[in-house]
Design a binder for this molecule. Structure first.
Ligand code: PEP
Ligand code: MG
Length: 561
């Protein structure tokens, strides 16, 4: 057995065979010519055969897909045989370019043309780039880019995953996610938890495991073991049995002595919201609106936005839905708001700050939110991401008031906001702690970097202290405002207990984690949670904080969490 230690980010113990995520396809060199001895006719025939093969493969996958996935695959299959794309490439081959270079350049021209047409056509521009990479892969005889297709379930091993990869990730085929890079707050971690898949990140060396190797993944302990023995097989079987016990959430978050901590869901759109409502979420604590528009090059219209927002509100009639205004930037670029050449995007013009450089977009978003809220029965709260000062909070509150939005709030994810929570919360109605960013900024550790994973955990006593300060600020004389947590910390059942002890009023997480958090929370009283919070704050390191608290919560082991 060979062991690859990493950081566990989503619990579960499974065994399966490895499929490596193929490396991105590199651009064929500019000016690359036909190989000696290959005629233009032969290269054109190879090009057409490759385009046909890509078409057939995508079409075959579409036949087994459903809903949006099927439509996307069918449209992309057609694009692989697009006349303009193939004729353009054949012309370049006739002038002596290699088939790979020719399809690459022809793909760029078609994509640019679609982009310039705008609207629906512009959204197809990225499909052409995907198809051209697949044709180059076929010509080179290397695996196609993107999540591998497979008839049987597998363990996906990648360097890291981007939000866009989720579109083609079939949770019925993927047993677990393992990455060599990424941190506990990276999007791989967020994706894994939202799909309920066991996951380990920052596992150095896993990219060298051969396809087809059998591995055991423990998403709580953070280990990957190649060629597992019988004891690990038994552990995977035992987990499968307990996992089914955790599939039910009764719809209320309370401690053993009845202290209520509403458990809310993090969602990215209407479908997520419907699924969260089915899983018993008591409302939405974070609606990441930028997730509705990640593929867009242009600002969506007010009507289009209102329809996307209403689809979430409608899943929770009479319940609280906390919507976050567009958090564009860093790992979630939106071309109509962010500058891709910024040297340090995590510290750049992101979140609320995009209103400094692109005024108007936020006003129109608030208008769309008010429109959707007026047409729905949800209790809509609206918060701004990346607020750093009380002045920004006051300005956001006044923009909300102008749009007719009654409950403005802020995310506390920049340390300055936690330190000045008292004055910030004088300006707005509530705060929600974004512990993912709060951790990366408090520890000065990029949340996407695997080598910094041990710094980048919300178990860091420094981060817990900032949470405590925010709660203190919310209770200052003259006001008593709700402070929730909507970062990934809330989805860790042991940390959820600590956060409750620190005084946060709601916990918002991927809906898949609700049952586990509720099950652990109900085993402790509020004063026990407060004791555990003190214990974590007194620990000299994140590792000890986690270990000390976990030791006092034997239920975690019983449930395999
Ligand atoms: C956070 O930073 O904790 C958060 C919830 O926002 P996101 O992960 O979308 O940056
Ligand atoms: Mg954030």
């Amino acid at each position: 057995m060979q062991n690859f230690p990493g950081v566990g980010v989503s619990p579960g113990r499974v065994i399966g065979t490895v499929r490596q995520m193929p490396k991105p396809i590199s651009e064929p060199a500019a000016g690359e010519q036909l190989a000696a001895g290959t005629t233009a006719e032969e290269a054109t025939a190879a090009l057409k055969a490759a385009s046909q093969a890509v078409h057939d493969e995508l079409k075959a996958r579409a036949a087994h897909a459903t809903g949006d996935g099927k439509a996307v695959l069918e449209a992309t299959a057609l694009m692989a045989k697009d006349t303009m794309l193939i004729k353009g490439a054949a012309k370049l081959v006739a002038r002596g370019a290699s088939a790979e270079r020719a399809i690459w350049e022809s793909g760029s021209s078609v994509s640019e043309m679609l982009h310039n047409l705008g609207g629906y056509m512009a959204e197809r521009a990225t499909d052409v780039l995907d198809v051209r990479a697949r044709i180059v892969a076929e010509l080179r005889g290397v695996p196609a880019p993107g999540i591998p297709a497979s008839a049987t379930p597998f363990i996906l091993v990648a360097d890291d995953l981007a939000p866009a990869d989720t579109a083609t990730l079939d949770p019925n085929k993927v047993l677990a996610l393992v990455t060599a890079g990424g941190g506990p707050q990276s999007h791989t971690a967020i994706i894994a938890r939202s799909l309920g898949l066991p996951a380990v990140v920052a596992a150095v060396g896993v990219d060298d495991i051969a396809d087809g190797t059998e591995v055991f993944v423990d998403g709580a302990a953070g280990t990957v073991t190649a060629e597992p023995d019988d004891s690990l097989r038994a552990a995977a079987e035992a987990w499968a049995a307990t996992a089914s016990l955790l599939s039910e959430f009764t719809g209320t978050g309370t401690t053993a002595d009845g202290h209520e901590v509403p458990l809310l869901a993090n969602v990215g759109g209407g479908k997520d919201a419907e699924a969260a409502a089915k899983l018993g979420a008591q409302g939405v604590g974070l609606f990441r609106t930028e997730f509705c528009f990640l593929e867009r090059d242009t600002e969506p219209s007010v009507e289009e936005q209102a329809a996307a927002y209403k689809s979430v509100f409608d899943a929770f009639p009479g319940k609280k839905v906390v919507l976050r205004t567009l958090d564009a930037g860093a790992d979630k670029p939106l071309p109509f708001l962010t500058d891709s050449t910024e040297p340090n995007p995590a510290l750049g013009v992101r979140g609320y700050r995009t209103d400094f450089t692109t005024p108007g977009v936020l006003d129109r978003q608030l208008e769309a939110i008010a429109l959707a809220a007026n047409q729905s029965e949800a209790d809509v709260w609206v918060m701004a991401p990346m607020i750093s000062t009380a002045e920004e909070a006051a300005r956001f509150a006044s923009m909300c008031a102008d749009a007719g939005i009654k409950t403005p709030g802020v995310m506390v994810e920049v340390p300055s906001a936690a330190l000045t929570a008292e004055s910030i919360l004088r300006e707005v109605g509530f705060a929600s702690l974004g512990t993912n960013d709060l951790t990366q900024y408090a520890m000065a550790a990029d949340r996407q970097l695997g080598p910094l994973a041990n710094l980048n955990t919300p178990w860091q006593p420094a981060v817990l202290r900032l949470v405590g300060l925010t709660v203190e600020g919310s209770r200052a004389e003259g006001h008593n405002k709700p402070v929730g947590v909507c970062g990934e910390a809330a989805a860790d059942p042991a940390l959820a207990v600590v956060l409750t002890g620190l005084g946060v009023t709601t916990l918002s997480m991927t809906a898949r984690s609700l049952a586990a958090v509720a099950a652990v929370l109900k085993t402790v009283t509020l004063s026990e949670a407060q004791e555990l919070a003190k214990l974590a704050l007194s620990a000299p390191s994140a590792t000890e904080a986690r270990a000390w608290v976990r030791e006092k919560l034997p239920v975690l082991d019983e449930l395999g969490l």
